[in-house]
Design a binder for this molecule. Sequence first.
Ligand SMILES: [Zn+2]
Ligand SMILES: [Zn+2]
Length: 240
Amino acid sequence: MKLSYDLHIHSCLSPCGDNEMTPYNLVNMAKICGCDIIALTDHNTCLNCESAMKVGEDIGLTVVPGMELCTSEEIHCICLFPGLKNALSFSDYVKSTLPPVKNREKIFGNQYIMDEKDNILGSFDLLLTTASGISIEGLDELMKDYGGLWYPAHIDRNSYSIISALGDFPLGLETPAFELTYEADEKLYREKYAETKNRYLLRSSDAHYLEKLMTEKCEIELKENSAKALIEKLSNIPKI
Ligand SMILES: [Zn+2]
Ligand SMILES: [Zn+2]
């Protein structure tokens, strides 16, 4: 089945995510905007995924538990998991590698952990937009341990992308996909970077505000509408 997707969305748990991006609001808005499957990818944490998944179950929208990991090289990577348990254990591990820098809400914004009914359960104490202690080297293996997969986010951006940080793709990169912003020219990246051959190019909104969810979505063919089917599909690199 062809599914309309958005696999890069932030909630109010990301300090840069708008307070209106509650799990309830963002999942409902994604549904209104025509998404069939979304991933919640807050910076360095999966702690709002459970609530978003509950909202998704209630309204019939698949929510994949995910994270936008900031590696020690300051590269943003989309990490996706087949289930909540995997995501939460990875989230715990990432937290253990974060520098001991507390969030300053007035400067960086709130980091709200919320339930599925818009109640605030608490705030994440450490600043979530810092680089974690996890290097891009070994991320393939690490993600296998957690049953998930990762791919570099917004490779066409001038900051926090694999190309802006390293100048190029590291040799031997095994990621099954690359993310481009909606504006980027796929052909240009395919031609310029041989590493993108036989890899999925995915485009998502990177929404931090509800309005940003109102963009035209891309589609992916999956055998069923589930997080597991998405992981399975992306784990099998296409023959283009
Ligand atoms: Zn990013
Ligand atoms: Zn992002």
